[in-house]
Structure formats: structure tokens, C-alpha cells
Design a binder for this molecule. Structure first.
Ligand code: PNS
Length: 349
């Protein structure tokens, strides 16, 4: 593999480590031709970078800086060698770890990218890229583009149905511009201990209004949850599986920081009664002080859920009462087992 054009034209790249799938020279050449041959400064972000061929090609063609994200240690060593060979080491940054996690950190830096490459190993292509695409729009600068490469035809993902797809043999390349990736992402936070029919109703209704909804399972410092956040999140995943544009994440730290990492513009909360208002108003004001561009939007609880709360479910379950109809059917048995008994211990398997 060689760099095709630009200042490092002809530079030979190191052999690709086993298990890393490179973008062939032919696909790389066609891809860059379709993007326009040369760039005038700007930043490139090479996700699932492999040996870094795409980001290095972008540097060679005039991008000023490139950030490479790659979880495989041997591949990161190959990127480092390739950067040294091409003389671009001082214009690059290599980040280890999972792309999903690193996206949050990159978003928090607030540096816009002109080109983002998302070229995952084929086996995870459709599902994983679909899962991160909604977050890439927030990382793009004006006029920026996202290039997604995959081994299968791109699936239509909600809120992002455009993009120009081209096929090169067995490889599909889709290019999105910023307007095609601009999505309104909402964070729906709570302690969800456990998730109730009322929560599910709010998440479902929010998913119809916003392009993507991230349910954020957090810790309320004023409450001691019965279940660890990961398990509360698992229960929510079980009951929101049919909602394509909803994902569930554990939130650590401040909600405003989490929202920034997720590229969210909105916090969505359910409002049941006047009694909710005071604390919600206070939280909304404080969040707004910390992150003025983040709007808090309230969805009024449906009448049948206006009395329903996680604490009521916990109390009823722990005293052996019936919680059917209060929590989604899909997790009814689990909730009964986990929350029954004063200690809330899991009974049975
Ligand atoms: O379901 P809850 O208990 O009302 O949810 C409260 C939650 C988790 C949304 C709230 O405590 C929260 O936002 N926690 C994250 C920490 C934070 O940002 N605190 C400052 C809010 S003003």
C-alpha cells in the first residue's frame, strides 16, 4: 500500500497486521477523488483507523492535522510507523480505546473536523456505525463530510436517510455532508430505579419528536439506588428494543457533560404534577447556567401515569404488592424478584 497523492505521494506504508482490514488503494483513490483531490488545511478524524492510511492520505493532500482512533495496539504501532515514514508525526495524534467512548472525549474538546472517516472492520459495520452516526454530525465543522466504508449496503438509519453511496467491488462507501447528519439528539436522564410505564411513555413519545434519544441512567446523589446503574440500564434496553432511534447509556458525573459528549442539544424530562415542578425547574436552571445552549424540554405525563413513580413501585414490590401495569411487562418478573423483600435482594436466579 502506498500514499496515492499529495506531499507524501508514493510513500510505502508498513504491512497491515493480521486481522486488520485495510482500505485498498483503489477504493482510497476513488474515495478521495469523489471528495475533491486536495484540501486546504482543516482537521481529519480517522475512526477505526487500522494502519491510518485514510488519515495519512488526508494529511498528504493538505489537511493540517489528523486524529486517529484505533483500539488495536499493533495497528496503533503501524500508524505510528506510517506517520514517521511520511513525516507527518507532528501533525497527528493517535488515540487508543473504543471509538464509542472516545467520541465523547472528542466532542468535549469542541474541535470541529472537516473530514471524518468511519471504516470499521466488516464484521461490525452496519450495527456499530449506525450506532455512532448520530454523534458524528456534532463533530463536523461547516462544509465537513463523513465518509463511511462498509462491506454491506448502508442501512437506512432514522434521522439520517441521505448520503451518497457508491460501490467499489465488495466495498460500499457513503459520503454524508453536515446537513445530512444534523440531528436533534435528546438526552432523557433519570435514575430509573426501576424504569416504569411512565418513563417508557416519555421515552417513546420523545423518540417521535427527536432524531435520537439517549436514555441516561444516572445516580441521584439524594437517593441510594437498589440496583447498580448497569443493571438498571439493561432493564431499559430490554423494554426499548423496538425503538430504533433510542439508545441507553450509563451516565457518570454531571448531566451537562454527558449531554455534551453525546452531542445532544436537548434534555427531555417527564413532568407529572405541580409537585415535580419545583425540583425540575431548579435542575433546569442550574443545567442552563452550566450549559446555556442545552435546552430542557418537558413532556407532560399521560394522565394514567401521573401518579406513578419508581419509589412507589419499589415500595409496592417490597411489600409484596402487585406491580403489573406499573412497570413494562417485559421486566415484570425481574422487577418482582429484585425489588421484593425489604432489602431488595435478588431472589432465585
Ligand atoms: O429520576 P431522578 O432521580 O429524578 O433523576 C435525577 C437525575 C439523575 C436526572 C439528576 O440527579 C441528574 O441530572 N444527575 C446527574 C448529576 C447532575 O448533573 N447534577 C446536577 C443537576 S442540577
Amino acid at each position: 500500500m502506498r500514499i496515492i497523492a499529495g506531499t507524501a505521494r508514493g510513500a510505502r506504508l508498513v504491512p497491515v497486521p493480521d486481522g486488520v482490514r485495510p482500505t485498498s488503494d483503489r477504493v482510497r483513490e476513488s474515495l478521495f477523488n469523489s471528495l475533491g483531490q486536495f484540501f486546504d488545511g482543516g482537521r481529519a478524524l480517522d475512526l477505526y483507523a487500522g494502519t491510518g492510511a485514510l488519515g495519512i492520505e488526508a494529511l498528504s493532500r493538505g489537511c493540517e492535522r489528523a486524529v486517529f482512533v484505533e483500539r488495536d495496539r499493533r495497528a496503533r504501532a503501524a500508524i505510528r510507523q506510517n506517520l514517521e515514514r511520511t513525516g507527518f508525526a507532528d501533525r497527528a495524534e493517535i488515540i487508543g480505546g473504543e471509538v464509542e467512548r472516545q467520541l465523547g472525549r472528542l466532542a468535549a474538546r469542541g474541535e470541529p473536523y472537516n473530514l471524518i472517516f468511519a471504516d470499521p472492520p466488516y464484521r461490525i459495520a452496519a450495527a456499530e456505525v449506525g450506532g455512532i452516526l448520530y454523534r458524528l454530525g456534532a463533530l463536523l465543522g461547516s462544509g465537513g463530510r463523513v465518509v463511511v466504508e462498509s462491506g454491506e449496503a448502508p442501512a437506512e438509519s432514522p434521522g439520517c436517510k441521505k448520503g451518497v453511496a457508491r460501490r467499489y467491488g465488495g466495498t460500499f462507501v457513503t459520503v454524508f455532508d453536515r446537513s445530512e447528519l444534523t440531528m436533534i439528539v435528546a438526552v432523557c436522564p433519570g435514575s430509573f430505579d426501576p424504569v416504569t410505564m411512565g418513563h417508557l411513555d416519555i421515552v417513546r413519545r420523545a423518540s417521535k419528536v427527536f432524531d435520537h434519544v439517549v436514555v441516561a441512567v444516572g445516580g441521584n446523589l439524594r437517593k441510594a439506588p437498589r440496583l447498580p446503574a448497569v443493571e438498571r440500564a439493561r432493564l431499559i434496553e430490554k423494554v426499548t428494543g423496538d425503538l430504533e432511534n433510542v439508545s441507553v447509556e450509563v451516565m457518570e458525573g454531571l448531566l451537562v457533560n454527558f449531554a455534551r459528549e453525546q452531542g445532544a442539544q436537548v434534555i427531555v424530562k417527564g413532568l407529572r404534577a405541580v409537585s415535580d415542578f419545583e425540583s425540575e425547574f431548579e435542575q433546569a436552571q442550574l443545567n442552563r447556567t452550566m450549559f446555556p445552549e442545552l435546552e430542557t424540554v418537558f413532556i407532560m405525563a399521560s394522565a394514567e401515569h401521573s401518579f406513578l413513580s419508581s419509589s412507589a413501585v419499589r415500595e409496592i414490590a417490597s411489600l409484596g404488592g402487585e406491580v403489573r401495569g406499573l412497570v413494562p411487562d417485559g421486566i415484570l418478573e425481574t422487577v418482582r424478584q429484585i425489588y421484593c423483600g425489604a432489602e431488595g435482594k435478588i431472589q432465585g436466579s
